[in-house]
Ligand binder design. Sequence first.
Ligand code: B3K
Ligand code: ZN
Length: 868
Amino acid sequence: LEPVRLVDYRVPAFLIDTVHLDIGLDRTQTRIVATLAIRRNPASEERGPLKLDGDSLLFVEAWLDGVPLQTRDCIALPQSFTLHHVPEGSFTLTIETRLDPSANTQLMGLYRSNSAYCTQCEAEGFRRITYFLDRPDVLSVYTTRIEASFQEAPALLANGNKIEDGVLNHGRHFAVWHDPFPKPSYLFAMVAGDLAVVRDSFVTASGRHVRLEIYVEHGKESRCTYAMDALKRSMRWDEQVFGREYDLDIFMIVAVSDFNMGAMENKGLNVFNDKYVLALPETATDLDYANIEAIIAHEYFHNWTGNRITCRDWFQLCLKEGLTVFRDQEFSSDQRSRPVKRINDVKTLRSQQFSEDGGPLAHPVRPEIYNEINNFYTATVYEKGAEVVRMLKTLIGDEAFGKGMDLYFERHDGEAVTIEDFIACFADASGRDLSQFMLWYRQSGTPEIRAEGVWDESGGTYALTLSQILPATPGQPQKQPMLFPIRLGLVGVKGDLPIRLDGEHFDGLVALTEPQQSFLFSDVGEKPVPSLLRGFSAPVKLAVDLDEEALLTLLRADSDPFNRWQAAQSYALKLLLRLVKDSATPIDPRFVEAISGILARGGDDPAFAALSLALPSEADIAREIGSDVDPQAIYGARTKLRSTLGSHLGAELLRTIEMMSIDGPYSPQARDAGRRSLRNVALELACANGSKAALAVAQAQFDNANNMTDEMAALNTLALSGTAAGEQALQGFRERYGSDPLVVDKWMSVQAMLPHETTLARVKDLMRDSAFSLHNPNRVRALIGAFSANNQTQFNRPNGEGYSFIADIILSIDPKNPQLAARLLVAFKMWRSLEAGRRALAAATLRDIAARPGLSRDVADIVQRSLA
Ligand code: B3K
Ligand code: ZN
């Protein structure tokens, strides 16, 4: 593999001011004629020939300023096009290529999904359509003419505004789209097909009218209502909170069923995985609704953070992704409950990002080297990238952060920039030196913060010592001390103590900049419990020795909701770790009592209570143990704690289930979703000891639910019980929803995640189900991905069968869709922390994959880094 390095960045030797694309659609013989207005980049020293990127292209012909090029003038290969003698000044280069969209199984470039044509260009898919300087710092104004059979593709869409359309001979028609905003090639998109459209409109703050259109398969129109509503709320929110207005006359979203990721922010024409657009109460869960809201917002917000201001190179991916995730998190917090959103985001961060950062695939938020850029759309770039923006806001304060954002938009609109450019805006706005802060972009690994406190009763002081430990990560044995915003408070029996730091009223925030630092708080009249890292103010592992009593104090009296939740988690984790070591450890009655207390107060904030009741996951426990992990022992410990809680709290759980039931029609709003989540967590716990009464409640819920959230929760609980009723429910569900792929995906996932001995055989059976296909990423992720990523005991079967099963699937998908195959392979990211037997089997499986000839770059890169 040939790595690409940040230090090798050079400005482009040529600029492409305009692009005219002429696309003649045909299922197997699509004709592309690209006319590029090119000139040498005055900022570049390079004087050589013009070399354009290509990927598997079939060249037909080329013209220079309208004159056909001879074979001696240029070399056209599948992977590149070179023009030897470049004219002085501006010139036009016209290149014709042929594509076979039907044969495109990678889902990059121009491909077919069901009966529609669509494109995906980020990161390097445009070069699969035509030869180009396919890099994000080449910004061009695009005009796209699409021609197709009217019957096959009545809808012809591309970026920008439609400037012309018309009817042609032989049943063909055309449309011309013009996008006035210069953009990099990765934001190009084109869609054509026989699609239904749902229309709405939006008036911007300055009074401009914008047409909104969502395109879906015929018959799915009624499933777009929520997405459209989320879009309008996103547009308003970005005006109100970031002062950003939409800029074209039309904004379109297309839902397709074959898509490698969640969605894509192409200028004015977002393309979505249909899973993140389509929703009806009877087909989508509360989580689906929340995801739709967040992803619609995320892609829309990219219009400013990503599109108007884009990345100079792919190393800067977090410039747009970390910032846009931060923005969508803030949006969801404002639309729903801020503490609940924060807890959920931290759960995702810990499960996805901390595990990545602690294993062989660890990389900085801004990587400095890559083999395959598609493998860097990671939790580190996205989720940790968002945490870095959040920390910046915490450090410099809301006002300076707002000014910094305004400055960023003002200074860099229309440019392709770097993280340094971004951070400079905040340094300028706040007057702060942010050079140490930059280490968050450069140093990989999850820092550990150790805290120790000493209370001096007679002097009424509390000395808190914080130290930072920065573990070695791939390629980074040594690290420099980093800057951490630590929100904290001291909590007494009745709540937060009003304390002073260095004689001043303490505002709740300290900055840790040294390897070790002490802070002396005064006015501490009673023995305090430190509440550290409030709101999870930095993405770190916190090591602080709090005993059970201290955790109970926080759980009861901390003013910070995140740390109240964290106290319950930490308590459960303490218990679980003891149970993993010794399964005979008795369950601490104070914990059961605390859970009972959470149940009793559940009605105050059901969503929050539900999160507090949910025990740390098997993966959470594994991460905490860190090495020589035995997934079966973890499962056993967690099962024992769940069933003990179920037995001790049976009556209270049933009461909560009853209290949280909702009369009337389904609403996806946070209030009702919170009640359902508490009800369903309680249901799962109540059934954990096999209680007949509780299982009967689950059965009734399964039979009578008026929404997919409750139906799925009941199905999951029944299936987990391993009873005949569970099997019957699974069968009934399949019969009920057989024709709805997105719902059948859920049914597949539930079964793939069952922690039962029979699950692997079941998954193999399900692969023969008519609804399954190895070609569709959603199907593969629902069944195979759910098994490998979310079934700790069965994926990690002690005999290695789980590993070899996944390896075979990866190898069979790789030739068709390398991105999908590489994603599945990431399931091995924690292999080094397993106990010796499983570790050896996982290593053997990885080595076997690595030894196969003809691996894609995507898979080769992941497997090599995993083994390094
Ligand atoms: N920018 C796209 C991701 C593209 C992934 C390419 N392999 C979606 C998003 O983050 O909004
Ligand atoms: Zn994004």
